[in-house]
Ligand binder design. Structure first.
Ligand code: GLA
Length: 402
């Protein structure tokens, strides 16, 4: 009897843990890639996706760390007579398997979009009641990343619906990053860690630095609004489970200062870096922002500690992010509409991060300072840091002990 009980505990429990879990270790640092939605909306097709994959490689974005090419809403056609989802045949005449193969041949990974409801936000077939069938279809196509939306889900429990798709993905045996997109409505940071690899914390971003767009029944948010909504969430994020403040709008119409600030802040937040612009025709400035390797290194730091707002002085906020090796990233953000002069005396600041239990004490041990957007500028914490920050811009630094 005792042996039977032991066997049951051993096999019973281990089989439960095999079936019901997410695929671990697929996102030890925040995922980096590109998604079609912010720039193209529903206007997706295989030619554009292939050209984007080509551009990801040719521009050096791949070398900078960008990996996933994700098709958002509206790729869908109808289900066939057995219920299997088909791509829109006019827009994806070669089929999804061929497209995934093309993306993989470039050394990149392939992502797709669905919705927990019966229909996606764009009115295409959703996965409700078809979760396992869809997950197996995606796995057969060679999908590496699923963004799973939350439109038309009346009556569903978010945790339940996302867990069902998690289990369906896991049952396929294919490692697929699972990106939860339920806009923070049901506090996914409280339950998402065991369900997915990243979860949206807010409604949709749009390409504006500091504004709100009212669509009647919902709103979309500017970069500053989304930044403010990240308050108090950092303790929930870490390797393999990230807060997602939405995909980037760099290159989609803000000015260069604003794009630089947006990108720097997403790096400080340890946010997924999912570009949302047209990679086939971006300006030199946009590319330089998206591929700044030192800023990306802050985002991709192996500790995976989300940054925090330390304090503000006039229109300038000071954000900090502890990095491995005792380094720190520091970002001075000028939210104001005119340039702002700052002077920051490192030795006068008592910086203690209760969450990560790390301290930045320049009085006790000095740091060398690198300016991540201006590599010629070097200094140390033995002198006060002085700079004039343009409107809607940042100065971003890396402090290295010694
Ligand atoms: C929702 C999501 C967006 C995008 C659209 C597609 O609004 O939040 O990111 O996926 O749906 O319809």
């Amino acid at each position: 009897m005792k042996t039977l009980l032991t066997l049951f505990l051993l096999f019973g429990c281990s089989s439960i843990s095999i079936v019901a879990q997410k695929f671990d270790k697929l996102a030890l640092t925040p995922p980096m890639g590109w998604n079609s939605w912010n720039k193209f909306g529903c206007d997706v097709n295989e030619g554009m996706i292939k050209e984007t994959a080509d551009a990801m490689v040719a521009t050096g974005m791949k070398d900078a760390g960008y990996q996933y090419i994700v098709i958002d809403d509206c790729w869908h056609g109808a289900r066939d007579n057995l219920g299997f989802i088909q791509p829109d045949a006019a827009r994806f005449p070669s089929g999804m398997k061929a497209l995934a193969d093309y993306v993989h041949a470039k050394g990149l990974k392939f992502g797709i979009y669905s919705d927990a409801g019966a229909k996606t936000c764009g009115g295409r077939p959703g996965s409700r009641g078809r979760e396992y069938q869809d997950a197996f279809t995606y796995a057969r196509w060679g999908v590496d990343y699923l963004k799973y939306d939350w439109c038309n889900t009346e009556g569903l429990s978010a945790q339940g619906a996302y867990t069902t798709m998690r289990d369906a993905l896991y049952a396929t045996g294919r490692p697929i990053v699972f990106s939860l997109c339920e806009w923070g409505n049901n506090k996914p940071w409280e339950w998402g860690k065991t369900v997915g690899h990243l979860w949206r914390t807010t409604g949709d971003i749009f390409s504006c630095f500091d504004c709100v767009k009212d669509h009647g029944s919902w709103k979309s948010w500017g970069v500053m609004q989304i930044l403010d909504m990240q308050k108090d969430l950092r303790s929930h994020a870490g390797p393999d489970h990230w807060n997602d403040p939405d995909m980037m709008e760099v290159g989609n119409g803000m000015n260069e200062n604003e794009d630089r600030a947006h990108f720097s802040l997403w790096a400080m937040l340890a946010a997924p870096l999912i570009a949302g612009n047209d990679l086939r025709k971006m300006s030199r400035q946009t590319l330089e922002i998206l591929t700044n390797k030192e800023v990306i290194a802050v985002n991709q730091d192996q500790l995976g500690i989300q940054g925090f707002k330390y304090t503000s002085r006039e229109s300038v906020e000071i954000w900090l992010k502890p990095l491995h090796g005792g380094d720190w990233a520091v970002c001075f953000l000028n939210r104001g509409n005119k340039p702002q002069r700052i002077e920051f005396d490192w030795k006068m600041e008592a910086i203690k991060d209760e969450f990560s239990k790390r301290e930045l004490n320049a009085q006790r041990s000095p740091f060398k300072i690198r300016d991540l957007w201006n590599s010629d500028k070097r200094s140390t914490t033995n002198e006060s840091f002085k700079a004039t920050i343009p409107a809607h811009d940042v100065v971003m630094l890396r402090l290295v002990p010694g």
